[in-house]
Design a binder for this molecule. Structure first.
Ligand SMILES: NC(=O)c1ccc[n+]([C@@H]2O[C@H](COP(=O)([O-])OP(=O)(O)OC[C@H]3O[C@@H](n4cnc5c(N)ncnc54)[C@H](O)[C@@H]3O)[C@@H](O)[C@H]2O)c1
Ligand SMILES: CC(C)[C@H](C(=O)O)[C@@H](O)C(=O)O
Ligand SMILES: [Mg+2]
Length: 356
């Protein structure tokens, strides 16, 4: 089984190294090959998603991705910015289904900024559509404003759009995932204002006819953001579009104690996938050896489960993470009084040591 390792920028290489160490400790014979991506891709090959990196990602059975982004590249033309690498991979590999599970490990109840009784037992699955919406819609750009009080000035614009088939396939993913959980789906939209999301609501409602054993509710995104911090345990599966999913999943991450705890799987129609933490390259802490590697290690577990069919090995990693948390080991982002502060590498080593 071949795994493409794309560490990227900032804390990407630090956290990916820990996940690789854990994978190597499982006793399987994975073939792993690394390549530059993001700012590192631009620096080495003049492009954030170099041809060789894309080829490797396509031919591998799964991709383990760190993070991309570096403020020093923010003034480059958009096509050359690090973030284009992850967007390009999602599009080129057809990774339309992004699964972001927000689970609160009981040991971290005190690390969340919300009261323990609000978050304890939290287990929600955010399913974010990943290859459509305003992220990829065309036309986009800066043009001369055609009318209204600002006529003649420059205006920035993007296009929000969803094709029926794009909504149908992500709705199926959500209903099928719910069947394996608490059988409840909340579809999050902005149907009260946006044509795209009235259409989204209509299509999700239609797909739901095939899943009458699953309860469906619709919720506006502003209310969903509020409910996520008011009573997050009310949710089971949340399905939403690309942009709303981006925002809500960062909010959900904080319920789990830290964004450094939230893994993700980005899947195509055949469960081939790219696995990455939900957070970014965290330039503010890069190179300090303090980043939390658990979201990346848990993403590697998702990779074993969804793309490589190694369920038992995935369980081993997830159980090892539970053990290190029970031992009281904490990177600074989840540290609280009475726990033992460790760095990125120590945390990775502890997970390896805790593999049963
Ligand atoms: N998929 C990706 O590669 C991805 C995702 C999000 C942001 N980005 C990029 O990352 C760069 C920084 O973006 P940002 O600051 O808005 O978001 P970020 O997620 O990188 O960081 C937000 C905050 O969370 C902290 N944080 C993130 N991951 C952490 C971890 N594992 N352990 C401890 N703390 C952690 C950071 O220190 C920072 O304070 C930008 O260039 C952005 O475009 C990339
Ligand atoms: C870096 C950026 C393109 C990306 C996104 O917006 O999808 C990130 O925020 C994420 O959540 O994976
Ligand atoms: Mg994001």
């Amino acid at each position: 089984m071949k795994i493409a390792i794309l560490p990227g920028d900032g804390i990407g290489p630090e956290i990916t190294a820990q996940a690789v160490k854990v994978l190597n400790a499982l006793g399987e014979s994975f073939e792993m090959e690394s390549a530059e991506v993001g700012g590192a891709g631009y620096a080495a090959h003049g492009h954030p998603l170099p041809e060789g990196t894309l080829k490797l990602a396509k031919e591998a059975d799964a991709v383990l991705f760190g993070a991309v982004g570096d403020y020093k590249y923010d003034t480059l033309e958009r096509a050359l910015r690090p973030e284009q690498a992850i967007l390009g991979l999602r599009r080129e590999l057809n990774l339309f289904a992004n699964l972001r599970p927000a689970i609160l490990y009981p040991e971290l109840a005190g690390a969340s900024t919300l009261k323990p009784e609000v978050v304890s037992g939290l287990d929600i699955l955010i399913i974010r559509e990943l290859t459509g919406d305003i992220y990829f819609g065309k036309p986009r750009g800066v043009r001369e404003c055609p009318d209204g009080p600002f006529k003649g000035q420059r205006e920035g614009f993007d296009t929000m759009r969803y094709a029926e088939g794009e909504i149908r396939r992500i709705a199926h993913v959500a209903f099928q995932a719910a069947r394996k959980r608490d059988k409840r789906v909340t579809s999050v939209d902005k149907a009260n204002v946006l044509e795209t999301f009235q259409f989204w609501r209509d299509i999700v409602t239609d797909v739901h006819k095939e899943y009458q054993d699953v309860a469906l509710e619709h919720m506006y995104v502003d209310n969903a953001a509020m409910q996520l911090v008011r009573a997050p345990k009310k949710f089971d599966v949340i399905v939403t579009g690309n942009m709303f999913g981006d925002i809500l999943s960062d909010a959900a991450a904080m319920l789990t104690g830290s964004i450094g705890m939230l893994p993700s799987a980005s899947l195509d129609a055949n469960n081939k996938g790219l696995y990455e933490p939900s957070h970014g390259s965290a330039p503010d802490i890069a190179g300090q050896g303090v980043a939390n590697p658990l979201a990346t290690i848990l993403s590697a577990a998702m990779m074993l489960r969804f793309s490589l069919g190694l369920t038992e090995q995935a369980d081993r990693i997830e159980n090892a993470v539970k053990r290190v948390l029970a031992q009281g080991l904490r990177t600074p982002d989840i540290h609280e009084a009475g726990s033992t502060k460790v760095g990125t590498e120590e945390m990775g080593n502890a997970v390896v040591a805790a593999l049963a």
